[in-house]
Structures are given as C-alpha cells and as structure tokens.
Design a binder for this molecule. Structure first.
Ligand SMILES: *Cc1c(COP(=O)(O)O)cnc(C)c1O
Length: 428
C-alpha cells in the first residue's frame, strides 16, 4: 500500500503536502515515498520467508543513487542489465557480490568489469554469450558464475512490448534446448561455473496464473539441474504488476478488499511457496516495478487549456521525455490535482509540450477541470518513469525528491541547460 492521500484539501505524500514541494523545487518533479518502498521490500521478505529467498531489486525500474542506497541499506540485492547499472550500484553503496547481471548483449568491457567486481552471477541469454564469458574469464584466470535464462514459452497476458517469456521474444534460451545448453557448458566451457537457472516472463503481470504456469513448467528442469550440476539458486524473475487504474484508492485497505483478483505480494508468495519450498535451494526474485512503481508521483503544472473542435486539451509542463510510458506502450497513469477539486470533472486530453502527437499522458480522461498554474500529480510514476527520461526537445531532466515522514530531500537536482550540452563540441 502506498502513502499518497488527500488530507485537508491537498494531496500528500506521507506527511508532506505536495504543493509545498512543487512550490520549492518547481515542476516537473518526481516525488518518492520512502515508507512505501521500505514497506513493500519488507512485505516481500516476510511473504517469502518460508523459502531461502533473496530479493534482487531490478535497478532499471528506478536507478537514482538515493533509492539504490535505500535498497542496499535494507539488505536487498540488485538485478542489473548493464555495466553502467553495476557502477551505479557500487557508487550508491551497494554490494557487487549481491548483483545478478541480465541482458542479451553484454559487451566485453562490461563482462570484464563484472568479473573484476566479483558479481554473484551472470544470467546469460545465448550460447554465444556463454562462449564469450568463458573466453574472457579464461584470459583473466577466473571462473565466471553463470546461470542461463530459460524461456518457458508462457504467455504473461501483458502488453506485447513487455512480454518476454514466449518463443517470439529475443530473451533467453528456449525451454526445449536448455538441457543441451547446460550439457554444452559442462562439457566445453571450463572457465564457467554453473551456479543457477533464471527466468523472467514479463512485466506488469496482474494475475498469478502465468507465474505459476512458468514455475510448473521449469520445475522438473531445476530438479534435474540440482542433481546434475548442483545448482545453488533459481531466479524466478520479477514482473509483479502494480495498480495504475485505481492507484489513488489503492492506498486504502478497502480498495484491496474490493479487488481480490489483483495480485498482491502475499498471493504471489502463496501461489509459489508450495511449489518451490521442496527444492530447498536459494530462490531469487527480481521485482522492479512492484517496489517503486506506486511509491512515486510526478508533479507537473498545467500551462494552458485549449478547446479544440473535438476535444479539450490541458497542456502540462511534463512531456514524453519525462514519462514515456503512455507513448511507448500505452501506459496508463491516474492524474489528480494537488489541490482537491469537487464535482467539476470534464473530459480532456492531458498533453505535453513535445512536438510529437504521441506526447500525451492521458486521452479522453475524466479529470478535474484544472486551471493554468495548478499542479497535477501523475500517479504510479516511480517505475520506468525517471529511469526512461531523456532530454528530447532540449528539456532538462526533472528533479527527484524523497519524502520521509514530514521531511523531504532533493535526491536529484533539476538538470541545467549547460549540463545538457556540456559534452558537445565543435569540430577541430
Ligand atoms: C526488467 C527485469 C526485471 C524487473 O521487472 P519488473 O516488471 O519491473 O518487476 C526483472 N528481471 C529481469 C531479467 C528484467 O529484465
């Protein structure tokens, strides 16, 4: 459950009025709740406590240094997808030996860096990648810990751009070939140490069933690999979905009671524990979105209203460069006025300043009739929000703020125009 709610006519994050942050830091700004993140991490731990489980936070969901530092201090490991993310984890005070490294196109410098930093395991996605890691580890005189990502070919029932576990996707090795690949590693790649098996079937799954189906399908293979190779862990990936439509209400227990179908950390754990416990090996989970998604709102200011022939537009000061999810995969975010309104809803499109028709945050949305100058909160903005931001249209990256009770701190200053161009230069 998150910590955003209306109190005394204003939207608060924990005990901080979001209007105060907007007034002092300006907009757009991402505001994260420390309590939401730490509560959810604890909930994962407790729910999975019957297993030898470990939570590896998927860094790409939100990689701000303060957020990574918070995760590290709470004892989370990290699932990374690049050398840059490994560097970020270390820079933020995280432990490189708690990092699992996924990704389909790891380069030689990245592999060397990860070996030097003694990461927990490479989660490999192809035979050629395994051969390359074997070669580099051989040159460095070390043994590289590896797991292979198996593609269980189950449909995650999520948007086509974020489903990853069918044989149409670029990720992992087909389940029909995984045993041959492990046999090949054991026979031919002496500089690799087979440490585990990995899978990850997609993102924003709101139903438990695909997780259960994937675990059922891969379970016999894990049992075989425990016997054959003595694997010590099975990573079952991330992907647990969050509430986008209904976000604000889902800050209250009543909402959850009325929506028993929505996946929760407890229902996910209850579905998987009976299947996983008998294995006795370490289980890694790699949540990204579920740990940070509902933990942040992005504040933005309404700049103009425009009444067109067919539609009313509210223009805001945040664009697809700040949150790309609606443009990239039809992502849905609730948008609420920071100053509470009563009974003045209209139908409008909420659009940004960018010169692209795809630059909208909401279309045909019933929303409070906010006026220019008013601040809006775009909810569920913590995951794949700031981490996907760009400076397109020469727009500085937004600021980020972390709330802790009645206190708040800037955890990323707003970028300046000088910073946008600082690495550009004229030809000699
Ligand atoms: C992106 C990713 C995750 C996290 O996915 P969420 O949907 O944010 O939980 C976990 N594991 C791997 C390998 C990923 O690529």
């Amino acid at each position: 459950m998150h910590s955003f709610a209306y109190k005394n006519g204003f939207l608060y994050c924990e005990d901080v009025n979001l209007a105060d942050i907007a007034a002092q830091v300006g907009t757009p700004v991402f505001v994260y709740s420390k309590k939401t993140i730490t509560d959810d991490l604890r909930e994962f731990r407790e729910a999975l406590s019957p297993l030898k489980a470990h939570v590896a936070y998927a860094v790409k969901a939100c990689s701000n240094k303060a957020i990574l530092n918070l995760m590290a201090r709470q004892g989370a490991g990290f699932d990374i997808v690049s050398g840059g993310e490994l560097w970020r984890v270390i820079n933020a005070g995280g432990d490189s030996t708690q990092c699992t490294y996924a990704g389909v196109a790891k380069t030689e410098p990245e592999i060397r860096y990860a070996l030097e930093q003694n990461i927990y395991c490479f989660n490999c996605e192809s035979e050629n990648e395994l051969r390359e890691i074997n070669r580099i580890a051989g040159e460095m005189g070390v043994k590289a810990p590896v797991a292979v990502r198996v593609n269980p070919n189950v449909d995650a029932h999520t948007h086509k751009y974020i489903t990853t576990g069918t044989n149409e996707n670029k990720f992992g090795v087909d389940i029909s070939r995984i045993e041959d690949v492990y046999a090949m590693i054991a026979a031919e790649l002496p500089h690799l140490h087979i440490k585990g098996l990995q899978m990850h079937i997609g993102s924003q799954l709101t139903d438990k069933q695909p997780f259960a189906a994937a675990v059922e399908k891969v379970l016999p293979i894990v049992k075989k690999f425990i016997t054959l190779y003595g694997i010590e862990f099975w990573s079952i990936g991330g992907g647990i979905g969050i509430v986008y439509d209904g976000c604000l209400e889902s800050g209250k227990p009543e909402w959850w009671a009325a929506h028993p179908e929505q996946i929760t950390i407890q229902s996910y754990a209850a579905e998987l524990i009976p299947r996983l416990q008998p294995l006795g090996i370490r289980i890694l989970v790699e949540p990204g979105r579920r740990l940070v998604g509902n933990a942040a709102a992005m504040l933005t200011t309404c700049i103009y209203e425009k009444k067109g022939e067919a539609k009313t537009f509210k223009m805001i000061d945040a664009g697809m460069n700040d949150i790309i999810r609606p443009a990239l995969y039809e992502g849905y975010h609730e948008i609420w006025p920071v100053r509470e309104h009563q009974n003045d809803e209209i139908l409008a499109d909420i659009v940004g300043p960018i010169c692209e028709s795809g630059d909208f945050q909401a279309q045909n949305r019933r929303i409070a009739d906010v006026q220019p100058g008013e601040v809006l909160a775009e909810m569920s903005a913590g995951a794949y929000g700031f981490s996907m931001a760009s400076t397109y249209n020469s727009r500085p990256l937004a600021a980020e703020v972390l709330v802790d009770g009645d206190k708040w701190s800037v955890i990323r200053r707003r970028q300046t125009l000088e910073q946008i161009v600082e690495d550009e230069c004229l030809p000699e």
